[in-house]
Design a protein around this ligand. Sequence first.
Ligand SMILES: [Zn+2]
Length: 226
Amino acid sequence: MISSLQIMGIDSSHIVAVNEHHSLHGEVKDAFCQMQADAAIEGLDLQICSSFRSFDKQLSIWNRKWRGELALYTIDGEILDANTLADEEKIHAILTWSALPGASRHHWGTDFDFYDKRNVEKLGHVFELIPQEYENEGPCAELARWVHTHCDSYGFYLPYHHYTGGVAREPWHLSHRAIAQQIQSHFSADTLAEQLAKSEMLGKQSVLSCLPELIRRYTYNEGVKA
Ligand SMILES: [Zn+2]
C-alpha cells in the first residue's frame, strides 16, 4: 500500500526507472512499456517527456513562480505580473499550469507526459509542450490520435483532456486510472496541510485556508463548483 510520504513525492520508493531519464510506479511502467511497444508496431515513437517529480522539485517551481522568477499566465496564455496579484489570484494562476507541491499527480508515478520524440527531432522542431503540437499537423498529432483512441485498453486515461476551470488542457498527460484511483482514495488533505505548514512554501497560509478545494479543483481536475 502506498504511504502518505510516497503520495506527496517525499519518498520515491514506489518508483522504478523506465529508462535513464524517466521513472514510474512499477505496475504503471509495465503498462506503459506494452503501450509503447504496440505504438512502435504502428510506426509511432511514444516517449515520456515528464514522469515522476519529487515534492522538492515541485516546491522549487512553485516558489519561483510565486516570486515572479518564472512567468505566470492566464488560461489564455497572457502573461501576468506576479507582483500585482493578490495571493488568491496568484494561487490560481500558478495552479492552472503547474501543480501544488505534494498534490501533483506526477508524485504518484501513475502519471506522465508523452510526446513523439522521433517526429519532433526529425522536423527540427523546438518542442514547447503546447496543445497545438498535438493537433492537426502538429509533430505529436498522429501519436496523440493513436494514444487517445487506445490508452484505455492499457489502463490509462487523460485527466486533463478538457479544461473545466482547473488545470489548462493537457492532451499529453496520461494517468493510470486504477492505481491513481487507489492513491486518490488514500490522499489526505490534512496530512498534506501538515507537510506544507512545515515546508518553505511561499504563500502557504493562503493555500492552507482552501487546501481541500484546491486539491479537488486542480489535482482531481473536477473544475469549479457550480
Ligand atoms: Zn503532466
